[in-house]
Structures are given as structure tokens and as C-alpha cells.
Design a protein around this ligand. Structure first.
Ligand code: SAM
Length: 280
């Protein structure tokens, strides 16, 4: 057969609310012969809810190499194969990368079906003004390695997005508050799309107290978003004056660009500062 005709479909699935699945994802999963799943029992809830009746094949972090071989064999046999993870988008803090690489190396197309992702869902509602974000996912569980990584992120001019489990949420937030700039804002997004969904936005320094204030605040699944660091370089009093004058007349982007040309300061820093000034 012409192997380019068959494809591995990489399908995003809900992160809580089973209704969060695209029409195309349903059509693909319902039409699949085999679905590679992180946890086949977990997948049954999704399958039962949406009338999906395919063979489920386990593909998780401990068997991904061997499972990818089986998956390629199934593609070679002309079977319609999809890949999902327990929740959200495969390959994002989840298995899937090896399976995609194996399918592609064997000459098959890899077709992504976009859909839910916890990081993007949290960012969409956090309401932070940052122009950029950096997805970190899970920090290392060991304190020394975790603190080292947080230190290394300190100067990055972007909002930082973390995943965290309930049993480590307190230590992670304590480390973020202790090691990053206190002026930064923290958005705690927990149980997104579920019954007890909560998105709380606070100064980063207040994070540990917020978690301690209520047992429920430490329950469920978490995305943490920490806003960009305050601009550090190149904004002296005169530059700030120029930026403010321009901001009175122009949109943020134009004002920052013009102020950078006039003063020679970094455009990115001026843009971040202009957003802050605009937000009061
Ligand atoms: N592949 C998934 C995605 O696209 O978002 C992420 C899988 S990762 C193994 C699981 C982590 O994602 C959780 O520990 C939590 O940090 C985050 N997460 C997943 N679902 C969530 C939800 N409903 N609310 C908040 N965080 C969630």
C-alpha cells in the first residue's frame, strides 16, 4: 500500500469537562480501529460518554518505545490509528513524542487535531497583560533542582506557566514567591472546566498565604501562571516621560516603538512598561 495514505491522528481530549471535544476529534475517534491511550481504563469514560468503540492500546511513559512499534505495525496493516493521552493535548507534559517520531520515520503522516490544553486554558482567563509566555510544565520534584530551575527563569521576559500536582503545590508556590521578583502577579488556575474550577489572581508574594487560607485551595489539578518580571533595563526618568507623552496620543505598540527610536531604549522593555502604565 501507499504508506503516505495512512496517518497517525494525534487527538486532544477534554481536561475535565467531557463536552470539551471537537467535532473532528469525535469523528476521528469514532472512526478509528485502534486508539493508543495512556491509561486504557481512564479512556473508557470518554469512550462510553461519546460512543467510541475502538481497540484501546496502552501507550504510556514506561512502554512508549515498544508501543510505538506496535502502532507503526498497525499503520502498516492499514488500520486507522489515533493517539490520545489521559487529558488534553498528547505530547504536552504527556507521552506522544516518540510515537509521532516513529510514525513519521516509518513514512506515515502525523495529523494533529487541536483541542483542550490546561496551560492555554489557564492563560486564556488569567487576564495577565504579558505579550509572551514560556511553558515550563512540571518543575523538578526535588527542592534543590526545583529552586535551581526557578532561579534560571528569573530574568526571562515572559509570563511563566507551570503545571503542578496538589501534593507539591505548597512547596512550589513557596519557592516561586521566595525566588522570583515580588512585584510579579500569580494566577492559580485549579480544576479547570470542572465543578470546582477556580482562577485566583494575586501578588506572587501572597501565594503561600492564599493556599494556606483554605484546604480547598490546595485540592485538584493546578496551572500556575506568573506574570513577566518588571522591566529591569533602560527605563530612566526621561525615557519614562517620553513614553508617557506618546502613550497619551498613540496605541501601546506604536508608543513603545517610537519611544525606543527616540531614546535608544529596548523596545520590549518599553512595550512591557507601556502596558503597565496603560493598566494603571
Ligand atoms: N496534556 C495535558 C495538557 O494538554 O494540558 C497535560 C497533562 S499533565 C500530565 C497533567 C497536569 O496538567 C496536571 O497535573 C495539571 O498541572 C494540569 N492540568 C490538567 N488538567 C487540568 C485542569 N482541569 N485544571 C488545572 N490543571 C490541569
Amino acid at each position: 500500500m501507499d504508506e503516505s495514505q495512512n496517518a497517525l491522528y494525534v487527538v486532544a481530549t477534554p481536561i475535565g469537562n467531557l463536552g470539551d471535544i471537537t467535532l473532528r476529534a469525535l469523528e476521528t475517534l469514532r472512526g478509528a480501529d485502534m486508539i493508543a491511550c495512556e491509561d486504557t481504563r481512564h479512556a473508557q469514560a470518554l469512550f462510553a460518554h461519546h460512543g467510541i468503540d475502538a481497540q484501546a492500546m496502552p501507550l504510556h511513559e514506561h512502554n512508549e518505545a515498544a508501543a510505538s512499534v506496535r502502532l507503526v505495525e498497525a499503520l502498516r496493516a492499514g488500520r486507522r490509528v489515533a493517539l490520545i493521552s489521559d487529558a488534553g493535548t498528547p505530547g504536552i507534559s504527556d507521552p506522544g513524542a516518540r510515537a509521532c517520531a516513529a510514525a513519521r520515520a516509518a513514512g506515515f503522516r502525523v495529523v494533529p487535531l487541536p483541542g483542550p490544553n490546561a496551560a492555554i486554558t489557564a492563560l486564556s482567563a488569567a487576564g495577565l497583560p504579558d505579550a509572551h509566555f514560556l511553558f515550563i510544565g512540571f518543575l523538578p520534584p526535588k527542592p534543590t533542582a526545583r529552586r535551581h530551575e526557578i532561579e534560571s527563569l528569573k530574568g526571562v521576559p515572559a509570563a511563566l506557566v507551570f503545571y503542578e500536582a496538589p501534593h507539591r503545590i505548597e512547596e512550589t508556590v513557596a519557592d516561586l514567591a521566595a525566588l522570583l521578583e515580588p512585584e510579579r502577579t500569580l494566577a492559580v488556575a485549579r480544576e479547570l472546566t470542572k465543578l470546582f474550577e477556580q482562577i485566583a489572581v494575586m501578588p506572587l508574594a501572597d501565594g503561600p498565604a492564599w493556599l494556606a487560607a483554605d484546604d480547598n485551595h490546595r485540592r485538584g489539578e493546578f496551572v500556575l501562571v506568573v506574570s513577566s518580571p518588571p522591566p529591569r533595563v533602560g527605563i530612566d526618568a526621561e525615557t519614562e516621560r517620553v513614553l508617557k507623552v506618546l502613550l497619551d496620543e498613540l496605541p501601546v505598540k506604536q508608543a513603545a516603538k517610537l519611544a525606543a527610536t527616540i531614546t535608544g531604549s529596548a523596545k520590549n522593555a518599553l512595550y512591557e512598561r507601556a502596558l503597565q502604565l496603560k493598566d494603571g
